[in-house]
Ligand binder design. Structure first.
Ligand SMILES: NC(=O)CC[C@H](N)C(=O)O
Length: 303
């Protein structure tokens, strides 16, 4: 097996030379102006070490990567009952699509498209103040990363609250089918704040250790739950780009429009990558290439 740090440096150099970064998310004003020419990678290994390249201590907006953590928290609260409100099938549609919701009578295909994540956050909220649910998600992430220095960027949340008409439409449409238990604005406010959590790649890779089932990871996720989450990340974690990611990378992963990626090699390593330019699916463009090269060079795949 090649040396991890040398491989990370080599991939980072190649990607930087290619300078094919894509554009940051344009629909969230706070993210639109970020310089796309950035790449950070962190890998946590089973021996408790973390290897990194690039600006691995720079916090970035985790956006939809937060959906993994809100799902863990919601399942902890409601158990398998959540699956009566949201499915576990890939959607084949973009992350913010509304088309399937009508024919499927308000039941989102999976918890990683926006409609499914809004239902998941609604289940976690369950009549409480949004700040209680947010404290629960943040507390879970901090415990999984074993790092309390993880926070919500209120400006990013406000920026989405101002401009997130599509998500507002999704929430109200879900409510029309009786699949939101709280007022849409409360659920959405919670959802926008959870998406605005910022983490470094070191913190995100550490938070992924329990999903990878690494020795020494905090004992937070039962093995069966981790296995199911990995299955969902593999089949749905990149929306309509999930097949492409599985084909090229061969690993469970979750992306966010902030350019973050969490990639799990079950039993072996947890990987976090950040590069803010996006591909046509809204997933990190350079980050996806980095994940593909890393899994290939290291022989990491679940197949
Ligand atoms: N794909 C994403 O990261 C989407 C998250 C973003 N907050 C949204 O709801 O649109």
């Amino acid at each position: 097996m090649s040396n991890i740090l040398d491989t990370l440096k080599h991939i980072s150099e190649e990607i930087t030379n290619e300078a094919d970064w894509g554009q940051p998310a344009q629909y969230i004003p706070e993210l639109a102006e970020i310089d796309p020419a950035q790449l950070a990678i962190s890998v946590c290994t089973a021996d408790g070490k973390t290897h990194s390249t690039g600006q691995s201590d720079k916090p970035f907006s985790i956006q939809s990567v937060s959906k993994v953590f809100s799902l863990i928290a919601a399942l902890g609260r409601t158990g398998d009952q959540l699956w009566t409100r949201v499915g576990c099938e890939p959607s084949g549609t973009s992350f913010d699509s509304i088309v399937l919701l009508e024919s499927e009578r308000g039941q989102p295909r999976n918890p990683f498209v926006n409609a499914g994540a809004i239902v998941t956050t609604d289940a976690l909220l369950s009549g409480r103040e949004p700040k209680m649910a947010l404290a629960e998600i943040l507390g879970l992430i901090r415990a999984m990363a074993e790092d309390d220095d993880i926070h919500i960027n209120a400006e990013v949340a406000k920026s989405e609250q101002r401009t997130g008409e599509r998500n507002k439409a999704l929430a109200h449409y879900l409510a029309s089918y009786g699949n939101l238990l709280n007022p849409p604005d409360l659920t959405l406010g919670t959802y926008f704040h959870q998406c605005a959590i910022e983490m470094t790649t070191v913190q995100l890779a550490r938070a992924g250790r329990a999903l990878a089932g690494l020795d020494g990871a905090p004992n937070i996720l039962p093995a069966l739950r981790a296995r199911r989450l990995n299955a969902l990340m593999m089949t749905c974690g990149h929306y309509d780009g999930s097949g492409d990611f599985a084909f090229k990378v061969g690993l469970p992963g979750k992306s966010g429009v902030g350019g973050g990626l969490l990639v799990i090699v079950p039993g072996r390593v947890s990987i976090a990558i950040w590069s803010p330019g996006l591909n046509k699916y809204g997933n990190s463009k350079a980050g996806t290439r980095a994940a593909a090269r890393l899994s290939r060079s290291m022989g990491w795949s679940v197949f």
